[in-house]
Design a protein around this ligand. Sequence first.
Ligand code: BGC
Length: 418
Amino acid sequence: MLCNVKRIIVISVFAIAFVANATAGEVEVLHWWTSGGEAAAVQELQKMLQKEGHTWKDFAVAGGAGANAMTALKSRAVSGNPPTAAQVKGPQIQEWAQLGVLTNIDDVAQAEGWDTLVPRVVADIMKYEGHWVAVPVNVHRINWMWCNPAVFKKAGAQYPRTWDDFFAACDKIKQAGFIPVAFGGQPWQEATVWESIVAGVGGPGFYQQALVEADEQALASSTMVEALKIFKKIKPFTDKNAPGRDWNLATAMVIKGEAAMQFMGDWAKGEFTAAGKVPGKDYDALPAPGTMDVFLFNVDSFIMFEVKDPAAKAAQKAMARLILSPDFQVAFNVNKGSIPVRSGISEAPFDAVAVASMTAFEATASYGGLLPSMAHEMAVSPAVRGAMFDVITNFYNSDMPAADAAQKLAAAVREAKM
Ligand code: BGC
């Protein structure tokens, strides 16, 4: 009798294992989330997939904003061996889809109701010829300034709301022996700071013309010259080790109280969270001066490549489904510093900065203040973005006058558009 029971149990265990194995597949996922906060966030997806019996093959390529990851992806795709999914954003999604290498995930989207859950402005970026080929993960706000209140206090400085206030605070902080601005001298970080200044100096309408429509007159205008001057004026308030510094090391300077501020998207909050820091107590996040009414958005997403193996396909679909599930949207975004990309998620698990971001996302959308980030591949083609990056980095790292840089911006963009 006991023997029979044992046999039944053994058979059942094998049967369950067989059923699980029949649908369990591997996903190889390319991403560039390697900092403390980023890694904690992406592990949530790994854990959820593994819980469903799938295997995660990590294809992490370090390097902020993903330039290295994109190079790695291209070489794998050229050799006919792309991963299952890759972190790709904005107009680049369309470029990959045009190559005919992406798979249509409309079935998952329909079953999960993505068309009603995901804002139209985001859904349009994820679709190619009306079909879902990418899955959005989150919404990051770019135009934040991360501040260490203890450093401000010791320097007797106030949080700035205008660029004049900002430079007045920088003077005090420097005199008190701290580094006013934690800065990473890499082209994408320079462009990230510059675009917030453009929005702050010119307002949402000007940002739209200059960095979304890439309008040559706006790029060469006196407003742009003013924005460039402010950008360059920050340099003496950074330290000598800024060139080449990774963004998360700059965030660490603010966390440790070596520096007072950093301009960076809210993935920086992921670093504060990973270090156990609390907003409103250990640090504060303010919109960059003059950008209260602007939300420069950056949506991370995964494109899904065509895969043949049925088990891998099942794993790929599970990944797509899980990414927009409420549990993942909370677990991921709490660690990442971003906000959920789908509706119907409670604010309760999120901190005050995330809630402020959610409020600003809704509010700015109602009057044209919600604008795509140029630096983070949401706004212009890769060619135009590359042209802007070149001029901005040359300008910041040379003694080029701001008026020349504005002319060069217009000319480089004109050429890139041809
Ligand atoms: C991505 C973020 C990432 C950041 C730093 C941005 O372009 O959207 O997810 O954390 O780069 O690597």
